[in-house]
Design a protein around this ligand. Structure first.
Ligand SMILES: Cc1cc2nc3c(=O)[nH]c(=O)nc-3n(C[C@H](O)[C@H](O)[C@H](O)COP(=O)(O)OP(=O)(O)OC[C@H]3O[C@@H](n4cnc5c(N)ncnc54)[C@H](O)[C@@H]3O)c2cc1C
Length: 433
């Protein structure tokens, strides 16, 4: 969407988006229950996500964004800890010296924006050097297990540092009252594309790319239509792109996607303590985390509902857990809930979403595939597999789309002011929720 917007803004008038889903948005999509809109899993706005803030501004939604300091809990050995709360922080099972080292690590990461010098080093090295091995064992080893099912040694230090720099757990997070912000965003950008006469084909997949010499000349769709193509921007996961090419592409083999199973549900029960984000760090639950969506956005869902997202990071979509029935998955999540809160969860609606290609594993030494395809001269690439070492977010995906659009313009004698505008974007104010 962002790539198409960049081209349309420069006056290109024969741009077509092909989207498999019923509407634009992909992982930032939405579903509806009883007239209310919900994200596919948890979704919050990060204060340093310039690409996202820029687009929210452009669609006129930024003044509506409200910011709230959230509570992030660690569930460990049957107890809950809020590391931002001084009392809980002192109670957390780690020595005082390691706690001070943990604070030092966080402060150093908050202050460092360029992580290129950590590309080849691991998350273990980062935490051990700036925090210490005990900080890693107590906090980061469980978190990396939850997210990637890998030890810190295999995860990129640049990615972890950049992620901590985004201050996801310690700075206020944004939302839009009165609804679900991903819907506002996707509807708004869809309007921008509509105004710019970008053609959108929904509910049809690209099935095959027709290639002549070193160029893609045709995109075959699964509804039987074939689109002639002068230029192609691939914004699908690299594994899908490889299938469309029907040719081996070893240069893309290092990009491997994790999957997510996400249950969104509503209950009339009151759940305490209030939290937004809970890491199930004891690693003995079916779920990786729980989110109380209304603790960030009190207006999500119907008044009085407690809206939860219980989700599991799954190593790959081929994992057996990913293919369990909804009932099996929910039985595991209900058991997790009972273990943590001590009473039975009684939702009055539930939706299970399976997201097969959620984000690439940003392992040590990960390299973004090039913006200009390494083999095909008229193919450009965008998407969250190109955002390393930055966090894989809605805004970094948007920014990568803008970069692809700007590269095409540059290769054809044009320019786009969008990348610089995003890069220089600063929030003027952060009204509290
Ligand atoms: C559980 C979860 C939590 C998240 N939390 C946050 C958060 O709190 N804040 C935040 O900013 N971001 C968050 N994100 C990240 C963010 O949503 C994604 O990184 C971003 O939306 C990815 O965008 P993308 O365009 O790279 O990929 P996608 O959204 O995956 O886009 C790819 C698109 O290609 C389409 N497609 C695939 N194959 C074909 C085909 N053959 N033909 C046509 N179309 C095809 C798909 O339907 C999809 O629309 C979260 C994501 C998840 C899954």
């Amino acid at each position: 969407m962002a790539a198409a917007y960049a081209l349309a803004q420069a006056g290109w008038d024969r741009v077509t988006i092909v989207e498999r889903g019923p509407e634009l948005g992909g992982l930032a999509g939405t579903f509806e229950t009883d007239g209310h809109f919900y994200p596919l899993a948890y979704h919050h706005i990060l204060q340093r996500d310039r690409g996202l803030l820029f687009f929210l501004d452009r669609i006129g939604a930024l003044p509506d964004v409200r910011w709230r300091k959230i509570s992030m809990l660690f569930q460990l050995k049957g107890r809950l800890f809020d590391l931002a709360d001084p009392v809980d922080f002192l109670r957390f099972p780690m020595s005082l010296a390691d706690k001070l080292r943990f604070v030092r690590l966080m402060l150093r990461c908050f202050g460092k924006s360029d992580w290129a010098d950590w590309n080849e080093r691991s998350a273990a090295e980062l935490v051990d050097t700036w925090g210490g091995p005990e900080v890693r064992r107590a906090i980061f080893d469980p978190l990396m297990r939850l997210k990637f099912n890998r030890p810190c040694e295999e995860v990129s230090g640049a990615w972890l540092g950049a992620r901590l720099h985004f201050r996801e757990g310690s700075a206020p997070l944004g939302y839009i009252p009165g609804g679900n912000w991903t819907k506002v965003l996707c509807d708004g950008v869809t309007r921008l594309l509509d105004d710019a006469s970008v053609q959108v084909k929904l509910g049809t997949s690209a099935r095959h790319l027709g290639i002549q010499d070193d160029r893609v000349t045709r995109v075959d769709l699964d509804d039987g239509e074939s689109l002639e193509a002068d230029l192609v921007i691939s914004t699908v996961p690299t594994e899908v792109y490889q299938q469309l090419l029907t040719a081996a592409r070893p240069d893309l083999d290092h990009v491997r996607y994790t999957a997510v199973v996400s249950a969104i549900l509503a209950t009339k029960q009151r759940v305490t303590p209030t939290f937004y984000w809970m890491n199930l760090a004891s690693l003995d639950c079916t779920a990786s985390g729980m989110f109380m969506l209304n603790a960030l956005n009190p207006t999500i869902g119907a008044p009085g509902d407690t809206c939860l997202n219980i989700m599991t990071h799954v190593p790959t979509r081929h994992d057996t857990f990913f293919h369990q029935s909804d009932d099996q998955i929910l039985a595991g999540y209900r058991a997790d809930f009972h273990r943590v809160f001590g009473f039975e969860l009684k939702p009055f609606w539930t939706q299970v979403n399976r997201l097969g290609m959620y984000a690439p594993v940003f392992h040590r030494g990960y390299e973004n595939p090039p913006l200009r395809d390494a083999v095909l001269t008229n193919v450009y690439c965008a998407g969250n597999y190109r955002t390393f070492p930055s966090i894989a977010s809605t805004g970094t995906a948007l920014a990568s789309g803008v970069d692809a659009g700007a590269a095409i313009l540059a290769d054809h004698g044009g320019t786009s002011d969008l990348p610089a505008a995003i890069d220089g974007y600063r929030l003027a104010s952060m009204p509290r929720g």
